[in-house]
Design a protein. Structure first.
Length: 258
């Protein structure tokens, strides 16, 4: 895992003052956070906090109202999703979005359409090493997979092109605890390989057990930023920042968990 003290500025995915609107009004209001390589950064918060909209905006699915997403001094904001993925940023949206009538093999092929044959073969080998369960299901339509297998497949689709960063929205959604326990080591392995991970997770204890840094988001804003170890050791801070939607924390307190 990468040491935050020695991470160069241009290695980090920078999200700065991002604002996003959906429907009636803004759902992300000036969010700034950094995702370092080789680490898991957790983003927690209640339903409707704006977490999923943030991920979709970073991935180019939603167009931000303002703000920037920068990697290696290159502005990603406003680019098409395939251009953002080519730049090294992959997203795994909530809801396991697969092409249900296509097989596992075909879903992986779709994810590698922009790669050379050699790159696609290498990427396929890497994801099957991480998720060997999929190798036995290659000819099965993805709609017939179990929930856990579908989650492995969407992760494999994101990883097959060797991203530098991956944003995972609700890894555990709808999964049995035993299946989640299978996926947790895979997420650790992804970060250990040098990929920066932003993890949105409904089970705070799971996220805090994996993450180095944690941000708590509510009503479109970051309400708390600090080390995951702080919240593990002082669960009352999690109650203030997360369960109460940050109401117990003043704006000048939240930046470093003061």
């Amino acid at each position: 895992m990468t040491d935050t003290a020695v991470i160069a500025h241009d290695q980090v995915l920078h999200i700065h003052d991002l604002a996003v609107s959906r429907g009636a009004g803004p759902v992300v209001r000036g969010v700034s956070l950094d995702i370092p390589p080789g680490q898991i950064t957790a983003l927690l918060g209640p339903n409707g906090a704006g977490k999923s909209s943030l991920v979709l905006a970073v991935g180019g699915v939603l167009r931000p109202l303002s703000g920037s997403v920068v990697l290696r001094d290159s502005e990603l904001t406003g680019r098409r999703p395939e251009k953002i993925r080519a730049a090294g940023v992959a997203i795994v949206p909530e809801g396991r979005r697969l092409l249900g009538d296509l097989t596992v093999e075909e879903n992986l092929q779709v994810a590698t359409y922009a790669l050379s044959r050699e790159q696609a073969a290498q990427g396929r080998a890497r994801v099957l090493e991480l998720f060997p369960e999929l190798e036995k299901r290659m000819g099965i339509e993805s709609r017939l997979l179990s929930g856990g297998e579908q989650q492995m497949l969407v992760l494999a689709q994101a990883l097959v092109s060797e991203p530098r960063f991956i944003l995972m929205d609700e890894l555990s959604l709808g999964l049995a605890p035993v299946v989640l326990q299978r996926l947790i080591p895979a997420v650790r392995s992804i970060a250990d390989s040098g990929i920066g991970v932003l993890l949105i997770e409904q089970f705070a204890t799971v996220a805090l057990g994996l993450a180095t840094q944690v941000h708590v988001m509510d009503r479109g804003r970051i309400r708390f930023t600090g080390l995951a170890s702080e919240l593990r050791e002082r669960p009352e801070r999690l109650q203030s920042a997360y369960l109460l939607g940050g109401a117990a924390l003043e704006p000048d307190q939240v930046r470093r968990g003061a």
